[in-house]
Design a protein around this ligand. Structure first.
Ligand code: 13P
Length: 262
């Protein structure tokens, strides 16, 4: 079955408002001339303070060819949670997706599988879609526990979700040792892990949901790697950090992704 590929840019803690708007305009200048059926689904995840200008630029453009994601959220809808942001706030600001469970949040902000599961439920209940990240450290890979670690992250994140909710969610496999290091995971190996993730998804939901869910690869994706990655049976797109911060490289990733028949 064919799954529409996703090319998503995670801007992390980068870009001021003007820079974010400029980047958005740069991506828009490529995609405005292309039809939706040719394009992958394109997502950008600005910082919270930059979502507004990107969203305003999108509204004045009047096209839905670029979707917007938050980089995190809280699972409660409102209240005394200083520094946090709710799903409703992200929706109100123009987001379609929310990235959750990124390894940087797990590592630096002590996010647990249980918190990520609560966030996934809140996102889906609030009408947005989660991009659920998972990935192993270099130590885990060297110790040979990659698959069991990832499987347990996925089982925990999807706990209690309906098959329908799982089918429309997105997972991003991001080996931690490949993030920001320039060391892209070998495509065949990334595909092996992603196929394993899909089997786990099928186990906890249904064959249909497992076939429908889109699973991305992230970790030093570059314009030169995306074609080979997308040519694999189970890799449905990329979650891109560094190379998403410049319109030139992000646009090249989009253009190269379109060379792959899906
Ligand atoms: P890089 O593309 O910079 O390795 O970052 C990947 C990532 O963490 C995306 O979420």
């Amino acid at each position: 079955m064919s799954r529409k590929p996703i090319i998503a840019g995670n801007w992390k803690m980068n870009l001021l408002q003007d820079e974010g708007r400029e980047l958005f305009e740069g991506i828009k200048s490529l995609v405005s001339g292309l039809s939706e059926s040719q394009l992958p689904e394109i997502v950008v995840a600005p910082t919270f303070t930059t979502i507004g200008v990107v969203s305003a630029a999108k509204a004045s453009w009047g096209s839905d060819k670029i979707k917007i994601a938050g980089q995190n959220c809280h699972w409660e809808s409102s209240g005394a949670y200083t520094g946090e942001i709710s799903v409703e706030m992200l929706k109100d600001a123009g987001c379609d997706y929310v990235i959750i469970g990124h390894s940087e949040r797990r590592q630096y902000f002590s996010e647990t599988d249980e918190m990520i599961n609560k966030k996934a439920k809140a996102i889906l209940a609030g009408g947005l879609l989660p991009i659920i990240c998972c990935g192993e450290t270099l130590e885990q890979r060297e110790a040979g526990v990659t698959d069991e670690h990832i499987a347990s992250q996925i089982r925990a994140a999807l706990k209690g979700l309906t098959n329908e909710e799982i089918a429309k969610s997105v997972i991003a496999y991001e080996p931690i040792w490949a993030i920001g290091t320039g060391k892209t995971c070998d495509s065949v190996e990334a595909n092996r892990v992603i196929a394993m993730i899909r089997r786990v998804v099928k186990e906890v939901s249904s064959e249909e949901a497992g076939n429908a869910i889109r699973i991305l690869y992230g970790g030093s994706v570059k314009p030169s790697t995306i074609e080979e990655q997308l040519s694999q049976s189970d890799i449905d797109g990329g979650l891109i950090g560094g190379a998403s911060l410049k319109a030139d490289s992000f646009n090249e990733i989009i253009t190269n992704s379109m060379k792959v028949a899906v």
